[in-house]
Design a protein around this ligand. Sequence first.
Ligand code: SAH
Length: 249
Amino acid sequence: MDIPRIFNITESAHRIHNPMTPEKLATLGAALRLEAGARVLDLGSGSGEMLCTWARDHGIIGVGIDMSQTFNEQAKRRAEELGVADQVTFIHGDAAGHVSDEKVSVAACIGATWIGAGVAGTLELLARSLGPGGIILIGEPYWRQLPPTEEVAKRCLADSVSDFLMLPELLASFDHLGYDVVEMVLADQDSWDRYEAAKWLTMRRWLDANPDDELAKEVRAQLSSEPVRHAAYTREYLGWGVFALMSRR
Ligand code: SAH
């Protein structure tokens, strides 16, 4: 079981697989006023940077689940490196339907809401692991500018303009689902570059080392087109943020 190999190649050097910088992750951790010993569940935990740094900085206890074997191994190595291996557990597997045995203070899905078939389904899934007064974290794109055409949306790697909302509408949608938005930390154009542009050097080095790989043609094509596509589309049109939510029910 794994994610498509192309992601394991292009994001192999990423610690954060989203347009969040280490600084923004730290800002989010501080904003949530995490207490030592608080339990945090992370569905689609990637290379574990959020759980590992929050374990180090705030003393949280974390469990992360991710379908990428590569990212999951990186997460375990990162935990060792930061001296928090006794506080965080990383499980390789499908997070769809995953509910934790013990209730958590924070239940997160950062940039992987397809795990619950969309934002609403992911909120329902995360809520099942959450203790009273707990906080749900959702990382999700929104339109920074509304794409003028469906073609522009596709160039942002969305299927359609209707895939995402503008920021005020996204916040309102959380309200309609019965949640108070209690914090947010947003990406910006520079942090998008950290996510997107960091793939380019990884791709170039991988191509130099693996010229005969079956994915070499695809990676070459991406390396040739991605800088311009990113600058013209993702960087201009797509926003992204992590939203902290508390149920009103
Ligand atoms: N939250 C992490 C990773 C976001 S990228 C971060 O911010 O760095 C999306 C992640 O979801 C990838 O690590 C991918 O491997 C993982 N993923 C995709 N489908 C999944 C599934 N069904 N179950 C668990 N993880 C999944």
